[in-house]
Structures are given as C-alpha cells and as structure tokens.
Ligand binder design. Structure first.
Ligand SMILES: Cc1ncc(C[n+]2csc(CCOP(=O)(O)OP(=O)(O)O)c2C)c(N)n1
Length: 533
C-alpha cells in the first residue's frame, strides 16, 4: 500500500520532475513531510518569483516543472507570474494546498474558496480532485496538459488531508505508466503547397518567433533560410520571449516594430511573409495602418491553434514548428535569389556622463561570453541589447512575452539552475528589478552564479516614452528617485557594486561573469532615453 503522497512522488520521479519551486505554508507541509533525498526544493520568498524561477527553469530545461504554492493568498500572489508563464508557453505544473476536506464547506481559515477559479484564465486546466485517491491522476493529467502545445501552466488544488490517505494503487500505477507524445506533424499537403509558394515567390521574407527555439527548430530554420536565401526579421520584441534565429547571421535584418502600420511598412516590397513560431503579431502600441504591404500574402506556421485562429490576416498551418521547418527545408531547392544586404553594425555610442543604455550594452557586448545566456527586463534598453549582442546560439535569450514585470531576476535564477554550464547575465531596469527583487535571496542562498546588471536611470523611462506617444501630459508616478538595487542586493547576500565609466563597467562585468561561486550584481547609472541601438 502507498499513501497519496508516496504515489504522487513516484509520479514526479517518472516524469523527471524532482526539482520543486515553492513557498510553503501550513497547507503544503503535509506534502513536504519526509522530503525525499532525490528531490530538491528551491525556496522563493514570494510567489511571483517562485513562478518566475520555475518558468525560467522549464524553458531552459525544456521540461515540465513543478511549482508549489500556498492556498488562496499564495495563488493570488502568483497570478502575475502565471500570466507571464502562459505567454511564454512555459510548461508548469502548479499545485496549491487547500484546507482539509471536512472544513472546506464551513470555510475555515485559509480555505481556498472556488480554488479552481483563482488562477483562471491563465492556466490551461484547473482542478480540485473530488476524492483524495484522484490526486495522482489529477496531477498526471495536469502534467500532460502543461506539456502539450501550446505549453503552459496547469493547476491542481489539493486538500491538505489528502496526502496521508491511502492511494488507489492501480490507478496511480496506470497514471505512472502513461506517456503522451504531442509533436503533431503539420498537414504534409499544406507544407508541400507552401514549399511551392515559397519557391515561386519573387521576394519572400522569413519572420522568426520564439517557438523556433522552443521547439528545437533552430538549425532547420537556418537551413531553410540559407537554401531559399531569405531575409529574416525577428518577431516584434514585446512578444519575442526567445529569439528564433541567429541574430549575427548575414541574412538577419533586425527586429520588426510592434505596431501595425510600422510593421507592414518594414515589410514593404515583399510578396510573401512566412511567419514561423510566433503569433501574428505581438502588436503594441496601437498605431493603425494596413496589416500587410500591398500585394503581400502571409503564411503562419505555429503549434498553437489559438494563435492560428486569432491572426487577423493570412493563412496558417498548425503543427510542430521544428518538424515543419525540417520538412520545408527538404522540400525546397536551393534558390538563385540574391540574398539580402547584410545590415550595418551599430556605431560607437556617444560618450556621455552618465553613459547611455547603448554604451552600457556596448560594454556588455565587449565581454560577452560565446555561450552566454541573456535574461532581459530592461525596457528602455531592450533593442540596444538585441542589436549589440546579436545572440546567435539557441537557448540564449529569455524575455517575458507578456510584458508583465517580475520575470527577470527570478527567471534568470531558474535558467541558471537548468543550464549550470552556461554563464547567465540578467539585464534589468532598476524599476523592473523591484517586482522580483526577493529572488536575489534565492540566488545568493543557493549560490546560483547569475551576473545581474542593473541600469539605473531613476525613472520609468519607457512609460515616459509611452506618455508622449499617447499624448498624455502630467501623469504622476514615473520617477524613481533614490532606488539603489545594489544596496538591496547586498542585504540579500549578493556581492554588489555600482560603477561609473564604461571601462569600469566592462571590467566589473568580465570578472562577475567569470566567477561561479554565486551571484554578482553590477549597477550602473544610465542617462534618460530610449536606446534603440
Ligand atoms: C507587473 C507590472 N506592473 C507594471 C507594469 C508597467 N510597466 C511597464 S515598463 C515599467 C517601467 C520599467 O522601469 P525600469 O525597469 O526602470 O525600466 P526603464 O523603462 O526605465 O528602462 C512599468 C512600471 C508592468 N509591465 N508589469
């Protein structure tokens, strides 16, 4: 005989889910008792960062990852992170404790009222098992939901008295043995038609989205682009949680602007827009205009039926992105088209005091390790980082596709735990850093060797930029005098320094990246401005 807890931990083992990210409360302790030695528990001090760490870990490991939360208040705190994880298509099993079954109806303290409603609509499936014996099966189902495209969080609420009940061993064993393969091959005939359309197009263009990287389609994308000599754009930065094509490649032209009018203008002259692994498109802000340039057709390849259904124009082929790319690369011949003109390298940034965001990113580029991974949450320097680092290896960039802050520090910790051999650098605005700041404690305590770079401009720069765009004058709450992330980080146990000059910044970053005994934080004052290159 086995308890529900024992059966469930067997299930976690069978799925390789032996790392749990959590913040415990009394309702979770029965699950955590006699914590098995082959599991690790990564403690986050607040639920937004617990989910963010798991999100980074899940994306960088490619594996469904377990988040354990404290009943209603824990789930409430986690919702911003679930919103991010859903946009990032991050496969998360989210469990939360619940009051004991005999006290749910009388709503005793800490009862998670309507537990399955709380995390909606940011989870794919939300459930509280009707019987203790159903817990392993419900968790198995949530793992499968989370793991299938579009990947995302799935939620199970578990009354705390369930864990010590006897499991229904037959059902638990049967759940344990199941695997679900969900790489759905796109319609072969549709791919054949697309290959012909692509070969016949006069001036086609490739737009790469985050699922190229997430699906493992990186090399196939390069092969297709090189065979067809396609110019390549990255999907707009706000929705590009991962990069889908090597940004130092000669065919790579840059990042599409996120507004409707500007995006179609950028693609002017193309007769076929092939969008792979992205929504069409992650637009923001609203600047109306034609959806596509005159005479252009669009075909989207996505593993997400929702993305296909909501696109406002073009055709779509739904199925695994990596398989589609590999098949297309096989089907097309080598094209005689002239390839695109390589784009210019950004120039040396002007010397100013304090330095610009561009100068800070130039310093980072100088010391960037070849296998480095960037985790980014620095709104006014996003494009400067992309344009200067030109990241060109798969799995090298993580950004929250949703725009919800609180992802950066936490995700960087999770990414580094999943990729201990690669140096992780997390670039943060000092405003963004506040939402996930408690994850610095986890980085210090678990000796996770992330290098944090904080750009200190004493304002919410991007909101000032938006205010201008929206013709909003006189909005309060856009200045951040006196925030010193380095001082806060020191208090959390992260060795931290503020530097001044570009040389000092490069030197400090070089040595921070080189250490592997724990995190380091480098803070640098930067000037006010939107840094586009
Ligand atoms: C959870 C959450 N709250 C608020 C916002 C709105 N918001 C977007 S950018 C931003 C300011 C970021 O400031 P900072 O990190 O200092 O970067 P800067 O714009 O100065 O480069 C805010 C508050 C958000 N995106 N997410």
């Amino acid at each position: 005989m086995a308890t529900v807890r024992e059966a469930t931990f067997e299930l976690f083992r069978a799925h390789g889910m032996t790392t749990i990210f959590g913040n415990p409360g009394s309702t979770e302790l029965p699950m955590l008792r006699d914590f098995p030695e082959d599991f690790s528990y990564v403690l986050g001090l607040q639920e937004l960062v617990v989910v963010g760490m798991a999100d980074g870990f899940a994306q960088a490991s490619g594996r469904t990852t377990h988040v354990n939360l404290h009943t209603a208040p824990g789930v409430g705190n986690a919702v911003g992170g679930l919103f991010n994880a859903q946009a990032n298509k991050s496969p998360l099993l989210v469990t939360a404790g619940q009051q004991v079954r005999p006290q749910i109806t009388i709503e005793a303290n800490l009862t998670n009222r309507e537990a399955t409603v709380g995390p909606q609509p940011y989870v794919k499936w939300s459930h509280e098992p009707p019987r203790a014996q159903d817990v392993p099966l419900a968790i198995a189902r949530a793992i499968h939901h989370a793991s299938m495209p579009p990947r995302g969080p799935a939620f199970v609420s578990i009354p705390m008295d369930d864990w010590n009940e006897q499991a229904d061993v037959d059902i638990a064993q049967s759940a344990l043995a199941r695997t679900v393969s969900a790489r759905a091959t796109p319609d072969p005939a549709a791919l054949e038609r697309l290959a012909v359309t692509l070969a016949r197009a006069r001036n086609p263009v490739f737009v790469a989205g985050p699922d190229v990287d997430a699906s493992g389609g990186w090399d196939a994308a390069v092969a297709l682009v090189e065979k067809q000599r396609l110019p390549v754009w990255a999907t707009p930065a706000p929705g590009g949680g991962r990069i889908g094509f090597p940004e130092g490649h000669a065919n790579f032209l840059g990042i599409l602007p996120p507004a409707i009018g500007a995006l179609s203008q950028t693609l002017d002259g193309h007769d076929l827009v092939l969008v792979v692994g992205s929504s069409v498109f992650p637009y923001y802000p609203y600047i109306p205009g034609p959806l596509l340039p005159d005479g252009a057709a669009l075909v989207q390849v996505t593993s997400d039926p929702g993305e296909a259904a909501r696109a406002p124009m073009g055709d779509a082929i739904v199925g695994d992105v990596a398989s589609a790319l590999a098949r297309l690369a096989e089907l097309v011949d080598r094209s005689q088209r002239a390839g695109p003109q390589p784009r210019a390298q950004p120039g040396e940034p002007a010397e100013t005091d304090p330095m610009s965001g561009s100068a800070a990113m130039a310093a980072l580029a100088e010391v960037w390790p070849q296998d480095g991974i960037a985790v980014l949450e620095a709104p006014s320097s996003t494009l400067a980082l992309r344009n200067r680092l030109r990241l060109s290896q798969p799995g090298s960039y993580y950004f929250s596709s949703s725009g919800g802050l609180g992802f950066g520090i936490a995700a960087a910790v999770g990414v580094q735990l999943a990729q201990p051999e690669r140096p992780v650098v997390c670039v943060l605005g000092e405003g963004s850093a506040q939402y996930g700041v408690t994850a610095l404690w986890t980085a210090a305590t678990y000796k996770v060797p992330v290098t944090f770079l904080v750009l200190r401009n004493q304002e919410y720069m991007i909101l000032k930029w938006f205010a201008e765009l929206e013709h909003v004058a006189g909005a309060p709450g856009l200045d951040l005098a006196g925030l010193d992330v380095a001082a806060v980080a020191s208090a959390y146990g992260v060795p931290s320094r503020e530097v001044g000059s570009r040389e000092e910044l490069a030197e400090e970053l070089r040595s921070a990246i080189a250490v592997d005994d724990g995190p380091r934080l480098v803070q640098v004052p930067v000037a006010s401005g939107m840094w586009l290159e």
